[in-house]
Design a protein around this ligand. Structure first.
Ligand code: HEC
Length: 108
């Protein structure tokens, strides 16, 4: 009986914690499709440079680094929504990587 109580308490705690901290992917997934100009209006060059470092350190673990100029902004908008959760980046870092990729993307 006691074991059951502990077990259900644990389950309750876990579900509350999960509910309170939405997954990184939810915030990233909700971001609108943005152009280079829209990104440049929101991020400064330091943030873009930090995005590059985060990209280099986190995006080449499972495959070669897919360089920004191999995709256009629209493609990156879509792809990062899948890859940022894979790279386990938090919302802030994920958005910086996204900004770096979109700003340096090839033209459409
Ligand atoms: C945990 C492993 C993992 C990590 C970390 C990872 N990827 Fe991927 N990536 C994959 C796999 C698996 C595929 C192929 C399947 C797919 O497209 O979903 C892929 C495919 C891709 C593609 C090709 C998709 C397309 O539609 O053209 C790009 C571009 C890409 N990744 C970029 C990134 C970037 C940028 C990061 C860092 C934020 C990253 N990946 C981190 C596993 C990973």
């Amino acid at each position: 009986m006691k074991k059951l109580k502990i077990l259900s308490l644990t389950a309750l705690t876990v579900s509350v914690l999960v509910g309170c901290f939405p997954k990184a992917s939810e915030v990233i997934r909700a971001l609108p499709v943005e152009s280079k100009e829209q990104i440049l209006a929101q991020y400064n060059s330091e943030q873009i440079a930090e995005g590059k470092v985060l990209f280099t350190n986190n995006c080449g673990k499972c495959h070669d680094l897919k360089q920004p100029e191999t995709r256009n902004p629209e493609q990156w908008n879509r792809i990062v929504k899948r890859m940022i959760p894979k790279a386990k980046l938090n919302d802030r870092d994920g958005q910086l990587v996204r900004a770096y990729l979109i700003v340096n993307a090839k033209e459409n």
